[in-house]
Ligand binder design. Sequence first.
Ligand code: ADP
Ligand code: MG
Length: 527
Amino acid sequence: MSTLEKFRAISPAEFFYRNKEIAGFSNPARALYQSVRELLENALDATDAHGILPNIEVSIDRDTSKPVVYRITVKDNGIGIPEKYIPEAFGRVLFSSKYVLRQTRGLFGLGAKMIVLYGQITVGEPAEIVSATMGSRKVYSYRISIDVKENKPIILQRGVWPNTTGWHGTIVKIAVEGDWGRAKQKILDYVRRTAIVTPYANLVLRTPDEEIYTYPRVTDKLPPPPRETHPHPHGIDIEMLKIMAGETEEQTLLDFISNEFQGVGRVIAERFLRDYGFKLDKNPKELSKEELEAMAKALKEFGEFRKPRAEHLSPIGADLVKIGLNSILKPEFVDAITLKPVVYEGHAVIVEVGLAYGGAIEPSDEPQLLRFANKIPLLYDEKSDVSWKVVSENIDWSYYEIAFPAPIAILTHICGTKIPYKGVGKESVAEVPVIEHALEEGVRHVARSLKLYLTRKQREEEYMRKAITIIKYIPEVSSALTSFLSSNPEPVDPKAIEDGLFELVKKRYGEHIKELPHPRSIVLSVE
Ligand code: ADP
Ligand code: MG
């Protein structure tokens, strides 16, 4: 038996080829779901993050000759992909335009490539990409697969057409092995939940069952697009500082610290450098290993930097959350809140919470939880998510007079340039204390307003019951009074008596109840 081990390195493409399940491609059902999801996320990143009202069509077609093969086509009206980047965007694992500090759905530079890889392993067809950037006179098309060993695209076909209609956007078509039967519910759920937080989008989903689900745009209001930002000094580590110092064009430490970090003005930068004994005019590229280590530590501990700012983030906003919940869940009551930003490892994070109650919502034994991170619905691993902990452990619902089963849905949204996901499949968020506290504060806020609403409604119903008991008798009383007064020389109008009595009841209960039924309308309904 040989005791000699064979050593070799593998490429990122080979790594993910061997470990597909890490990225959510563990079986045909999950892979189909993950593929639809990654393509839809790319389409949304290419639209709403750039101020474009999204029009997105997702089609899933079953191959009639091979029933386990599905062709997924996603078409968007986004910014498109510059021609020279199309092959790598779909053919080189860990190639992305999102490796900057900006709030996006995509994060790892992995999604599109995982689908291409998975498709090529299971079906063997290349991916097709058609794209035109804004203002481009041409539309480009590519057929691509991935060279796994080298981690680079193999271009099988390239086409160019004149762009006669001024179209911009991207169409991606990839064939994968899937299991529609088992993925269906999750995919429908995913698209529906996406529609809740993008009420400004037109979403269409065509399924292999020839069903069409449409979620039409219900508002033209877009959240503010996310903007790129600099890292905050408190989120810096040695490696990051080394890269930044190596890449900067600034010639002095003073310029470097004041221009390439968030929350640092010139005065503060100067004080920081003097306090820790760094020369203001030293070239950042000349920092020694020891100096880099010392500076990274100092950046983390210096207390005078401004707090990380959140204006570059793109929360959904309480109004849009309410519009989305109303349009998709059709509840009786909704409320939402966007909380003040908190700081997680030097990154600003904004938490939003929405609540929908009653109406078309089915009662359930626990609150129905709708989790989102950077506007992506999170469907799997619910029980290991921080939002689950807050909603099911930290909150005592009986305090808000909610007894289960109850028709209640809680929406949580966490957005930021860094989300503590528990894995690259982006399915659950870790229990980071600042995020947990913000979520809890948000849930308490909306739960309080629900309690207020329910108490008011209950009181109103009570008054209504009392008022109706009295109103019921008005016609009888007024006809009795009319006959009692029939000997009176002045003729009496029974309707006037009715109206008079009704006015009395309105005076007594009217301020608690929006509209009381008129006595003549109620007799019929009481009988
Ligand atoms: P990620 O989304 O994490 O960056 P992907 O592999 O999903 O990684 O996509 C790689 C890159 O391809 C994206 O960063 C983006 O620049 C580009 N891209 C993918 N899909 C689209 C699309 N529909 N419209 C515009 N650009 C896209
Ligand atoms: Mg992506």
